[in-house]
Design a protein around this ligand. Structure first.
Ligand SMILES: [Mg+2]
Length: 224
């Protein structure tokens, strides 16, 4: 029986992809730079590469942001200049922050379960994000990799959150948008991994719990 649900945030509860697109297009446009599909593709590739280095602990959260800024400003850019560049992106990004429409209703419905967040990010950022989106009060705590020192898919990230909940892993479901990093990693750690596949283009592996909207999560939890 599932007693608690652990949640991913970005592209699970929060529409990160859309906010990020608005953020970089607004930021590049403001500088008079091309903000077309190629520019968006470049930004996403830079983000993926820099964020992966944050997740492995090679870069701090702030350093991965500076890496992305320096790809535009040049390698000799000072930290202050890189931070100022990134802050202007954040202005556009944060103006577009939106929760998915199924997030609040689902969390409100699941009153019989305890809820917490497990995210490869920083606690201050995810706290502010969830507060802005009106979702923070649903969660007992936020376990973010900058504080715990463990990033998904490391089983230690899931076990840290389970210990904080005071529950064995098999009483916890994990919901996230990434098949490997979220669902399969959670399952490998002994939790019930659930893949939120919002734009289904691939067939889920047969042994994977999956949903395409959070509205069907309550029914799935009853079967676990
Ligand atoms: Mg995610």
């Amino acid at each position: 029986m599932i007693k608690a649900v652990l949640w991913d945030v970005d592209d699970t509860l929060f529409d990160h992809t859309t906010a990020d697109r608005h953020g970089i297009i607004g930021h590049l446009t403001e500088q008079g730079l091309p903000a077309d599909t190629a520019a968006l593709t470049r930004w996403r590739a830079l983000t993926e590469a820099a964020y992966a280095r944050f997740e492995t602990g090679e870069l701090t959260f702030q350093e991965q942001r500076r890496e992305r800024a320096r790809a535009y400003l040049g390698p000799r850019t000072t930290d202050a200049e890189a931070d100022a560049w990134f802050a202007r992106y954040l202005t556009h990004f944060e103006a577009a922050w939106t929760a998915f429409p199924d997030a609040a209703p689902t969390l409100t419905t699941l009153t019989a379960h305890r809820h917490a967040v497990l995210s490869n990010s920083t606690t201050p950022l995810q706290h502010r994000k969830l507060t802005t989106l009106g979702l923070r009060h649903h969660f007992e705590f936020l376990a973010c990799s900058d504080e715990t020192g463990h990033a998904k898919p490391d089983p230690a990230a899931f076990h840290h959150a389970a210990r904080t909940l005071g529950l064995p892993p098999h009483h916890i479901a994990y919901v996230g948008d990434r098949l490997d990093l979220d669902a399969q990693a959670a399952t490998a750690a002994g939790l019930h991994g659930i893949w939120l596949n919002r734009t289904p283009t691939t067939t889920p592996p047969p042994d994977t719990h999956h949903i395409t909207t959070l509205f069907t999560l309550p029914d799935l939890l009853k079967t676990l």
